[in-house]
Write a protein that binds this ligand. Structure first.
Ligand code: SF4
Length: 331
């Protein structure tokens, strides 16, 4: 777990709003989390939960306008990124903080060979000579296990399979040996076998480079083996945080329980898969009280009127549920 000595990233009470035709959408509403060097935090949530917007705010790539950070701090090694000038932040990106996106094809330049794109990182950021930068690009492609890297360095992004393109994205992110990588749904577009290989590679490199890793996903199934801890988001808020194994063993929030019961698990063979009823709320019309109450099988009257605070429910564990004790005891 992150402590003050080793904390790389410390997001404190972050608020982000979007102006939409239907009014102000509070996309991120008081989110706090920490990541230490060598630690993997999975941020889990459905689309519209605020998980990606939080990451964009951290990286300084929020579409602005319409997105606007209205409060909070984002401390990277103790310095507030939100108080830095645009140029300082741009320099930090790539060198200290890097991001991997879901869609490698639209993130890579289609008219440049992958070798040229990788080499450009070294030429621009480290003033390396072209020949040396090329050699580094090949080594990096080998490191992310692209077969025949020496030949393929001259290929264009569309000539690679989805899985190989995602490896190139990982290579781009790793190029300058950043201290923190944010991976936003890095394997969602891939088939299941390739997903596992790419996720294993990412976890292996994260350990080797002792980086902090934030893994943003809607899929609880992909994080069990790679994350140290999880923050579950719903309607712009964190509703549960926990070390990963404790959360799998006994979730402390009914939303997490619903997510867990909706993935196939070997230890629950024979049980019917569950689907959380309904849809996440619009962020311009978040329900009163607990935002999850219209979908929650455990909801009581108090849930419709009183917003639950984040209760401490164990070491490194919090839950924003009035009935977290009962939820923990469920099986
Ligand atoms: Fe469900 Fe109530 Fe807990 Fe919200 S506070 S998750 S509605 S039981």
């Amino acid at each position: 777990m992150a402590d003050r000595e080793t904390t790389l990233l410390d997001v404190r009470d972050l608020h982000v709003e979007f102006r939409t035709r239907d009014g102000v959408a509070k996309a991120v509403n008081g989110v706090s989390y920490r990541v230490a060097a060598g630690e993997t935090l999975a941020v889990l949530g459905e689309s519209g939960s605020g998980k990606s917007v939080t990451a964009q705010a951290v990286m300084g790539i929020l579409d602005s306008p319409p997105g606007r950070i209205t409060g909070g701090e984002v401390l990277f090694r103790g310095k507030d990124l939100l108080a830095m000038g645009a140029e300082t932040r741009r320099r930090l990106r790539g060198a200290k903080l890097a991001m991997i996106f879901q869609d490698a094809l639209s993130s890579l330049n289609p008219v440049m060979t992958v070798g040229a794109q990788l080499a450009e990182m070294f030429e621009v950021h480290q003033s390396m000579a072209r020949k040396d930068a090329r050699a580094r690009a090949v080594r990096l492609m080998e490191r992310v296990r692209i077969p025949a890297a020496k030949q393929r360095v001259n290929d264009y992004p569309h000539q690679f399979s989805g899985g190989m393109r995602q490896r190139i994205m990982i290579a781009m992110a790793l190029a300058l040996e950043p201290e923190l990588i944010i991976a936003d749904e890095p394997t969602t577009a891939l088939d299941v076998t390739v997903q596992a290989q790419v996720m294993d590679l990412l976890a292996e490199l994260q350990r080797e480079y002792n980086m902090g890793l934030i893994l943003i996903t809607h899929d609880l199934g992909v994080v069990a083996d790679v994350a140290d801890k999880i923050a579950v988001m719903y309607a712009g808020r964190i509703v549960e945080t926990s070390p990963v194994h404790e959360l799998y063993r006994a979730p402390a929030h009914p939303y997490t329980r619903g997510l867990l019961d909706s993935i196939p698990r070997l230890d629950r063979k024979g049980r019917e898969l569950y689907a959380i009823k309904g849809l996440p709320p619009s962020l311009t019309a978040v329900p009163s009280g607990c935002p999850f109450h219209p979908r929650c099988p455990r909801a009581q009257d108090v849930c419709r009127t009183d917003r639950p605070p984040l209760h401490t429910v164990g070491p490194g564990r919090t839950s924003a549920c009035h009935f977290w004790e009962e939820t923990l005891r469920d099986d």
